[in-house]
Each structure stands twice: as structure tokens, then as C-alpha cells.
Design a protein around this ligand. Structure first.
Ligand SMILES: [Zn+2]
Ligand SMILES: [Zn+2]
Length: 345
């Protein structure tokens, strides 16, 4: 039996490097040498215990790696190919898959479900969720395709165009990439809320027209001043919690669009009359699938490889897998200056 290293949650704010069995890919799956993996906000939710932790398998889904082994029946990829991995597999046969909404697949399985994800030396992923990357793309860029695809979809769910003023709540990875995707889409004006200096600095570099530090400025007043009291055409909420939902509703114009792409853990007391009176459209954005004719993953790959989104600007820290404990500690505390923390192998 050969073994490999895998970083596995062992309790609240605890993760440890363990020696686990290396398994060859099952039929339909692909064995991947995980080269670089980002720590996602959702990984931190597991780390803090807001979401379930697997105590048997490594998490990690923002992964770029090299194909090493093909499971039975896999076609279209070869050992040596550089790939990015969607967080979930899909069946291709159910109602939602057939309609082009494969992110709602009735048989969708998370990458780390009964297999090790990207916080391990090797991961097994289903062929349905794999995208071959251009050779010119670095491992670091490849590991940023997944979160950019999340943000790209949120901008797509809002149908944001050159006519729209777009506000983004939250200066973390998903907020920053939503900003970058909105800028790349050529929207009229962008505003983003931030809490930390590194978030403000990055947002300016990514082309934000207005950066609102919520510790120092009043968001509603800023938007009123900017729009003559009208409100934003589009608001993308990336943080979660009732305060942020209310903030989004307070700055969207009548008939505007609000897209929620955040982790909401608890039922909230919210004022729904705002939706009634404003006729604002409020919708969610769930991972990625198709936006128009293209998958959000293909769009994200194109945005990065064309240089339209300078994705690696988000990576503030890089650690070897051996330093996973430190990597999580830094990622969990944004006062460290962290935006995106990567594990490299
Ligand atoms: Zn993620
Ligand atoms: Zn399906």
C-alpha cells in the first residue's frame, strides 16, 4: 500500500497533516497530482465548525493539478494534462443537467465526498467536473479558476451590462473577483465595500471606481451621493448575514437586481416589504454552471488566460502542504493581510 499526505480537520479550528492511503481512481474518476489549492471561505466555515467537517477525507476544491491516472471509462484527458477541478460532479442525465443547469444536478457529489480533495498530495475527481487548462497557465492561475467562476456566475445572474452601476458587498475573494468580472464585462461604474486595508488596495488595483471602507464610511450615504439618491442597478452580496442582506436592499434602486452569493447559515429576520415596494429582483448564485452558451469555468479560464483578470493579484500567502496549520491560521484571520492563501506542492 502506498501512502500520501492529507490535511484533515480534527475539530473546531483544528486541522492536521496525516498519512493516508493513496487510492487509484474509481471508474469515471481521474487521479490528479494536486499542485496548488486555495483555502476558500467555505473551507474556513468548516474549519470554524459552521459547516460539517469530514474527519476522514481532506477538503480542498480550488485545485489545479496534473492528471496522473485515469479510471475505467475515462476519455478526453491524458496523464500529464493540466486541469482545474469543479467542486462537484454531475450526472449529465437528470432534468437539470439536460436543461443546462448542471450545478443543480440531482446526483451532484462534492469533490471531497468519499475521496480526498486538494488539501492532499493526490485527489480523485469525476471527469464531469474537469477542465483541461492551456499549457501557458500557471498552477497558481489554474487554482483561481474555481473562485473566479463563482463570481463570474454571480455577475451573470445579475445580467450586468455597460448600463449598470454595480455594487459589491464584501472585499474577500468572491467580492474581488465579482469586481474583476464586472470590470471585464464593461459595466458603467463599480463600488465595493471593504473592511481591511489589503482589500481596499487590491480593489483599486482591480479597477474599482469606488471603494467604501465600512469601518469609516456610511454605505447608504455614499451610494445616495453617487447616484443622486437613485440607488445601484445591481448589488452582489458576497458576505452573508442579515446586516449584509439589509445593506444590499438599502442601496439597490427600484427594479434593480440583487444577487446573493454568500454563505447564509441561519434563518434571518428581514424586511421583505422592501422587495414588494421596490420590485427589485432578488436571486441566488450557486457555484457555477452555464451562463449563456459557455460554462462559467470556461469563461473564467478565458478571463485569466487572456489577461482580462489579473487573478494572481489575490494570492497574498503561499505555503507548502506541510505548513497547512499555519496556512489556515493566517487565512482565518484577515488582520494577517490575507486575501487568498494557497497551499503549494
Ligand atoms: Zn470555493
Ligand atoms: Zn444531473
Amino acid at each position: 500500500m502506498s501512502t500520501m499526505k492529507a490535511a484533515i480537520y480534527t475539530g473546531i479550528e483544528q486541522i492536521s497533516l496525516q498519512e493516508v492511503e493513496y487510492t487509484s481512481p474509481a471508474p469515471g474518476y481521474v487521479g490528479i497530482d494536486a499542485k496548488q489549492t486555495g483555502i476558500c471561505g467555505s473551507d474556513l466555515h468548516s474549519y470554524f465548525g459552521h459547516w460539517n467537517q469530514s474527519h476522514t477525507h481532506a477538503a480542498g476544491h480550488e485545485t489545479c493539478g496534473i492528471v496522473v491516472e485515469l479510471g475505467e471509462g475515462v476519455t478526453g484527458l491524458q496523464p500529464g494534462d493540466k486541469v482545474a477541478i469543479e467542486f462537484f460532479s454531475h450526472c449529465g442525465r437528470c432534468l437539470y443537467c439536460r436543461k443546462g443547469y448542471y450545478n443543480h444536478c440531482q446526483e451532484r457529489r462534492w469533490v471531497s465526498h468519499n475521496a480526498h480533495g486538494g488539501f492532499a498530495e493526490y485527489t480523485n475527481a469525476h471527469i464531469s467536473g474537469l477542465f483541461k487548462l492551456p499549457e501557458s497557465m500557471s498552477f497558481e492561475e489554474g487554482a483561481l479558476v474555481e473562485p473566479l467562476a463563482v463570481s463570474y456566475r454571480a455577475v451573470g445572474q445579475a445580467n450586468a451590462t455597460y448600463q449598470d452601476r454595480v455594487a459589491i458587498i464584501g472585499g474577500g475573494t468572491i467580492g474581488q473577483f465579482a469586481l474583476a468580472a464586472a470590470v471585464a464585462a464593461g459595466v458603467k461604474e463599480t463600488l465595493i465595500t471593504v473592511k481591511y486595508d489589503q482589500q481596499a488596495k487590491l480593489a483599486k488595483e482591480l479597477g474599482a471606481d469606488h471603494v467604501v471602507d465600512i469601518g469609516e464610511m456610511n454605505l447608504k450615504e455614499c451610494v445616495d451621493e453617487l447616484t443622486g439618491g437613485l440607488g445601484m442597478d445591481v448589488v452582489i452580496e458576497t458576505v452573508g448575514g442579515g446586516g449584509n442582506f439589509d445593506a444590499a436592499m438599502s442601496i439597490v434602486r427600484r427594479h434593480g437586481r440583487v444577487v446573493l452569493v454568500a454563505g447564509y447559515f441561519e434563518p434571518l429576520e428581514v424586511d421583505l416589504s422592501r422587495i414588494v415596494w421596490s420590485e427589485a429582483i432578488v436571486t441566488g448564485s450557486n457555484c457555477y454552471g452555464y451562463t449563456g452558451m459557455d460554462t462559467d469555468f470556461d469563461a473564467a479560464i478565458e478571463l485569466i488566460s487572456s489577461g482580462k483578470v489579473d487573478a494572481t493579484k489575490l494570492v497574498t500567502h503561499r505555503y507548502p502542504l506541510d505548513d497547512v496549520v499555519e496556512a489556515f491560521r493566517v487565512s482565518a484571520d484577515k488582520r494577517s493581510g490575507a486575501i487568498k492563501v494557497h497551499l503549494c506542492q
